[in-house]
Design a protein around this ligand. Sequence first.
Ligand code: SF4
Ligand code: SF4
Length: 365
Amino acid sequence: MAEPITLPEVNERGYYEIRLESIGGLGANLCGKMLGELGADYLGLNAANFSSYGSEKRGSPVKAYIRWCAPEQELRLSSPVEKPHVLGLFHEALAGKLPVTAGVDEKTRVVVNTALSPDEMREKLRLHAGELFCIDALRIAMECKTRVNMVMLGAMAKAAGFIPLKDCEELARQTVGKKYPDLLEANLEGVRRGWSEADSRRFADDGKYPYVPYEEPENRWGYENAPIGGVNPHIGSTVTNDLSASREGWVPLFIQDKCINCGLCDSTCPDMVFQFAPGEYKGRPAMVNRGLDYHHCKGCLRCVDVCPTEALVAGREREQDTLHHFLRNQSLLPAHLEYEDAGPDGWITSDSFDNERRVDNGGVV
Ligand code: SF4
Ligand code: SF4
């Protein structure tokens, strides 16, 4: 057991608290466990952590909570962290969709996985106040061949201001190194770069954006008031079938000139993203790959792996354009919701929503 440190600040109940806001697949749950272990094994504190992740599917919202206190204090609380000392946002796409900055005030250190500057990110988050640390964790993770959670771990430890880097490194050795020794160096590099590359800025309460109090989400639909059939029109659900929230930052890009219309991508894609239609290939009638409907794409990149001609390549989602504009025109989607700009040019070859044309042609494209 390590010699206990003295926590620099605690709330009125004596706890130092961290909240992670993420989407399934980015490793926030593991990161929460590691932070719990960090407190207990390396900082000599009493520590607890737990996560909430709804249906547990990749792409659904995930929250992880970590609580630390002095070793002589009892820690039996397992309620959500409402006013975090450190808030970690694992995906910038969460901004504006969910109240992820609830409970953040001038004293909070907010660490965001984003390529934006702190000034730009504050606008996007409509952040009331606090110290904002921006770290391009996805880029670093790709460069180091590690995961976003390792980079975020390093960045959050730095943001907290009292956690030694060597403890985070040792934690990574014990947690990841034992299980995946071949990946240890990559993970350590991710932690170190997270620690050293965050860009930070402190924002005072200047009245620009109001404080958002933490509220437990209400179950709007239950046994008595759910629509007939239980249809859920919210983003990521079956009606809109928008899988964009599942993407970790990559989309497949389609280079039509290289495509030989073999159909491997179509038979591999689990979400029927590819749009094939009768056409002509090399002077003969053929089913022709007309592009992707990114509305349904969760960014798994299996299609990129199987394409024999490199007609599909991985591209960074945030560098692409047009998805936003397309989705905005869909009457199925609530007007107040925001989307990330994403999707390569040409993706509107999708037939999925070309209802007008389908009607005109009697259902035949
Ligand atoms: S990345 Fe490719 S295989 Fe995966 S959902 Fe998107 S189109 Fe389908
Ligand atoms: S796998 Fe590649 S070549 Fe084959 S249809 Fe798909 S994009 Fe075209």
